[in-house]
Design a protein around this ligand. Structure first.
Ligand code: PGA
Length: 256
């Protein structure tokens, strides 16, 4: 059975001390409060928080994720952080292909193919983000765009490798805008993504792949979104920065 996942993407927020505190609070909520059973929780922290947060987490349902990694294994790449370094902190995941990385840092599918290979080589699982911009949706190109992102970024992988991929569907027009996709829009795209994976890797692999929704998902709308059969969880930006809000979203995921 595919996993139910709620992942926080902290982006470039929280100083070291604030991030360690936020992770401590999430750990406490999961430990002492009811309602998170059966949900895999992921904290996507900035690089410098990874080691400390991974060390401090005591709850087995919580894993730690980086938000990026380098295209190369090691060497003279000033300022870069390799997948091996990420894995050596105790982190288990890396988020790759986020729309902010694609648009602000020029991450093409060619670059992402290299990052995916590095992450898998370092035994990291990957949250791979896809999603269309508003003009693409309005032009009814959103299915083609998402299919191309999947095909160009991931479909060079063997089926055993694809088992380490979680997909996050994040319509760019919904990220940080307060404008969520409707539950039906999310379901429609998630079912489409699953069908594209089934075409390539077969139905069994598609059925095992967790597909998360991201884009202004919060404690108020999570229930509705998570009630859809192909929505396996969420990738949460803004609402992951307060432990109480994030825990409400985790509870929503557990309820459905
Ligand atoms: P948001 O971000 O929840 O703040 O819209 C989601 C994301 O970018 O992963």
């Amino acid at each position: 059975m595919r996993k139910k996942i709620v992942a926080g993407n902290w982006k470039m927020n929280k100083t070291f001390a604030e991030g360690v505190e936020l992770a401590r609070e999430v750990n406490e909520y999961v430990r002492y409060k009811e309602g998170s059973e059966g949900v895999s929780i992921i904290l996507g922290t900035p690089f410098i928080h990874l080691a400390k947060v991974a060390h401090n987490i005591t709850e087995p349902s919580i894993a730690v994720s980086a938000q990026n990694c380098a295209t190369e294994k090691a060497g003279a790449y000033t300022g870069e952080i390799s997948a091996d370094m990420v894995a050596s902190t105790g982190a288990k995941y890396v988020i790759l292909g986020h729309s902010e990385r694609r648009s602000y840092y020029g991450e093409t599918s060619e670059i992402l193919v290299k990052k995916v290979a590095q992450a898998l080589d370092s035994k990291l699982d990957i949250i791979f983000c896809v999603g269309e911009v508003l003009e693409e949706r309005e032009g009814n190109k959103h299915f083609d765009v998402v299919k191309k992102q999947l095909t160009d970024g991931l479909f060079n992988l063997a089926a055993e490798q694809f088992a380490h991929i979680v997909i996050a569907y994040e319509p760019v027009w919904a990220i940080g805008t307060g404008k969520t996709a409707t539950p039906d829009q999310a379901q429609e795209m998630h079912a489409f993504i699953r069908s594209v994976i089934a075409e390539k890797y077969g139905q069994a692999v598609a059925d095992e792949t967790s597909i998360l929704y991201g884009g202004s998902c919060n404690a108020k709308n999570a229930d509705e979104i998570f009630s859809k059969p192909d929505v396996d969880g969420g990738l949460i930006g803004g609402a992951s920065l307060k432990a109480a809000d994030f825990f409400e979203i985790i509870k929503s995921r557990a309820r459905h």
